[in-house]
Design a protein around this ligand. Structure first.
Ligand SMILES: O=C[C@H](O)[C@H](O)COP(=O)(O)O
Ligand SMILES: C=C(OP(=O)(O)O)C(=O)O
Length: 395
């Protein structure tokens, strides 16, 4: 399909035509309701527009990682692996906004966090959450790639390029980046800049996402399901470690049969559930027992897991999230086994605000889940670093 609906009236007319059983045919840039023979189309009856995007090859060459950033991606992926397999005794801390919506605030946050990484880098391996794709429970803003202007205009091409520019900025600030992979083809545009990937609670049982993880170049954490099921995420670690062949796109954007090697660096992320938290010592012990039944003893997953202090573990309340991080720091300091890393949702300002175009927003405040403020985040990172030092003493 090459044409587009011309405006909102056109779209409304098409919807009315559909309701009457007619067919909005789009050809040569003009919307028509029925084809020449009057029987209507049998495909794309509910597609308003297919707008071609630039190819991954084009986007990657327009916005290239410089040599220092490439080195950072390689070395941080390796360092993350070392923490996951227990070869590095630092705590992996994945911290940053629930979602990125403002390039300026993202860079501001990255620079603050890079300062802390410089100070605490012997104890913490800090990776910034740079999340561009938001999975929604029902509907809502789907993130900067999908709707960069936060106004429902859905300029995905603009969003993709902006996301990539932000990633380049974060890397230049000296921080590795973590993200959730949601759309199966979007990794081709950004994954070279990512050091840790997540598959979220809403997709953890999805074959499409497990296949995707099997071909990703970085370690990937699978969240437990929103209902609290940990077993599906363990199944994901197992499945993604295998080879797969599936539908995807290549760097020229062409539909391709993708064959993967399998990703041995997948692991569990406990994020709580609609029934409450699942990160108390007994839940961690049970989750690890479950992992060890399915995964080989030398896998990343069998060594330890990550606790997401946000989401179901704190009811998305930033005050409870911060309290939980303090409790986790205590437990880590006392040498509790199994906790390889933590995830925190944090931004410059605490809390959140409704999504709206940038000029209507408070600077540095989340437009998705509530986040811990920057000053509180700094304190918590200090606590976590002290806990790692205490754990080291015990060892
Ligand atoms: O991390 C972000 C949110 O928890 C996730 O996108 C779901 O949000 P929603 O329940 O508000 O849609
Ligand atoms: C959406 C997220 O988490 P979850 O999949 O656990 O809800 C997230 O970490 O942004």
């Amino acid at each position: 399909m090459t044409g587009t609906f011309q405006d909102q009236d056109d779209i409304r007319a098409a919807q009315e035509a559909l309701a009457r059983g007619h067919n909005p045919l789009v050809a040569g840039g003009v919307t028509r309701w029925e084809d020449e023979v009057g029987i209507g189309r049998i495909i794309n009856r509910r597609i308003i527009e297919l707008e071609p995007l630039p190819t991954p090859a084009q986007v990657l060459s327009d916005y290239q990682l410089d040599q220092a950033s490439r080195k950072l991606v390689v070395s941080s992926r390796e360092a993350i692996r070392d923490t996951l397999y227990g070869r590095d005794d630092r705590l992996l801390v994945i911290v940053g906004p629930c979602s990125i919506h403002d390039p300026k605030a993202a860079l501001d946050y990255a620079q603050r966090l890079a300062g802390v990484q410089g100070e605490l880098g012997k104890d913490l391996l800090i990776v910034m959450r740079v999340y561009f794709e938001k999975p929604r429970t029902t509907v809502g803003w789907k993130g900067l790639i999908n709707d960069p202007d936060i106004d429902g205009s859905h300029h995905i091409q603009k969003g993709l390029l902006l996301a990539r520019r932000i990633l380049l900025d974060v890397l230049r600030a000296g921080l590795p980046a973590a993200t959730e992979f949601l759309e199966p083809t979007s990794p081709q545009f950004i994954s070279d800049a990512i050091s840790w990937g997540a598959i979220g609670a809403r997709n953890t049982e999805s074959q499409v996402h497990r296949q995707l993880a099997s071909g990703l170049s970085m370690p990937v954490g699978f969240k437990n399901a929103t209902d609290g099921d940990v077993g599906v995420a363990v199944d994901s670690c197992f499945t993604s470690a295998q080879q797969h062949t599936f539908f995807g796109i290549n760097h020229e954007g062409r539909a391709s049969a993708v064959q993967t090697l399998g990703n041995p660096d997948c692991h569990l992320v406990l994020r709580g559930s609609s029934h409450g938290p699942n990160c108390d010592p007994e839940s961690v012990r049970q989750a690890m027992e479950r992992v060890r039944q399915e995964m080989p003893s030398n896998s990343a997953a069998a060594h330890g897991l990550i606790i997401d202090a946000s989401h179901g573990n704190s009811g998305k309340d930033e005050v409870r999230q911060a309290q939980l991080v303090e409790q986790l720091a205590q437990r880590i300091g006392q040498g509790e086994p199994g906790i390889t890393g933590l995830m925190m949702e944090s931004f410059i300002e605490g809390g959140n605000q409704p999504a709206a175009p940038l000029d209507q927003l408070v600077y540095g405040r989340s437009i998705t889940d509530r986040c811990i403020s920057w000053p509180r985040t700094e304190q918590l990172l200090q606590n976590l670093a002290a806990a790692v030092r205490a754990r080291r003493q015990l060892a």
